[in-house]
Design a protein. Sequence first.
Lengths: 276, 274
Amino acid sequence: MATSSRFLFMILMVLAAAPVLFALLFNFSPVINFVLVMFALVCDLLAFSTKYYAEFFTPFLHARGGIVTLNDSEAFTVAPSGNAIIVRNGQNIYASAFVKIPSYRSATEMTEEEKSNFSRSFSRVLTLSKEPVRFTAQLYVIDKDTYIENIKSKLNEAEEKYQNMTIDKSVSKADSERVRGEVTMWHNLFDNINKTRSHSLEAFAMVTAPGGNEEEAINMALQQADEIVAGASSTLGISANVVEGQELLKFLEPDYMIPAVTISEQMRERTVSKEI
Amino acid sequence: MDEKTMIYLASTSAVALIVIFGATYYGPFALIAIAFAVLTIILIFVINYADFLVFPLVTNIFGIKLVPAKNYYIPRTNNCVVKYVNGIYYATGYSAANIYNYVFEAESVDEGEVSKLTEAPEKWERIVMNAGFPFRFNIVCAAGDIQKFRDELEGKRGVVEFQLSHEMGSSSPSQLTIDDLQKKISVLDARIDRLSSGERPVDEIMYIESTAVGVSEKEAMDTLTNQLNHLQTLFGSLDLNITRITGREVYHLFTFNYALPDKDVMSEIFSAQS
């Protein structure tokens, strides 16, 4: 990308400088000279723009209806092995691997010296690789979908049982009361779980490697990831591991950061607060 | 200002200046040509120093939406990336978060700096507890070349030592300046010692990312703005300089989620940041 930006800059600089020199050296009529320098100034401005906007030039030229498509393919594809993602940018292939860095201790239970040591260890982790690494601490909403479904089915079961008991005359009052208590319990649990959102904090590192083909890029990325795993584990005294499968999506897709169940909760909360 | 920027600025400004100096060649159009040349120089400097204003201005005026990948788009305001899935809009925005106030114990010449470092983990936990929405704190870093960094530090140390000896040799030396220069030397010495003990210099970029949802694009974007403002308040306890990112950098940070650029591109970004 850097090379193409410089190449574009040089071409535009030639296009900017040549008309000015022609105008000054050959001294055409004032109108021609004026047209030449106007063209030169436009090229000059475009030449400087390549410093920041080189990669937008071609997509802007192909813009349709105010939509500039920089990339029309998926943002990434998960590698067949499930432990890396593949990103294609034109002819270039990149693979990225993710390393989960768990932490089980809170700063509130550390002594002053331990806190200072932790900060120092953390700064050492940042120097683990010469290649660019992204270290991220992510606070996301826990997907309670399965849990809520489970409670719902238990609640339905208990309600059905209670209804059958009220019809059945042979059931004792004590048994009926017990089942009613069970229904109330599931109801309370269901209401409470919807009232609050549960968050989770996870830290991870991401490394990227280019490659001639997908396999090469994946292997290189995993090799770098293994270095981070070893370094982070020994420096912080934890067991870091390469992220695999479905868990990868949590670090990539916004809709996995905020699961669908939570969205409906949020919408309901906002509607209620607006009504109030 | 880095070398590349200087070359770009100098060469493009030179063309515009030649146009101004050759004004006599354009006859009755001389004034218009000079005006356009001056405007070009101004625009070049505006792009260089306020690119974050220029890019959103262009997309806003022409109503341009950028599509960075399938299912994602950057609206004309250029301050977030929106994903539209199953009737729900997910808006993701970014804020630059640079830590200036945290130095390492070895460099420190002030007692207060040590306490800042030990308080940081607890402050971070408090931020996490008080943020009731998803966000990410990202640090993109790469260990630098030790020899190059060492040479730079030794060069700086030489300059400061020269200034110190000059100040001490003057007829009326200022104690305040001498103290300041000695403090600078001790910080540089501490850094050189750390390199000798095996530590590596690191280039880094820090940014915060947050995601908000809504049934409409506007709702998601408004919620996102509230969340980023809230994060700005929360991270205030860490003395972070937080600025919302707009313009083309939103696209670049979006791509960082999936693939990091190589070392050369990264070092260009690092140098531009410094």
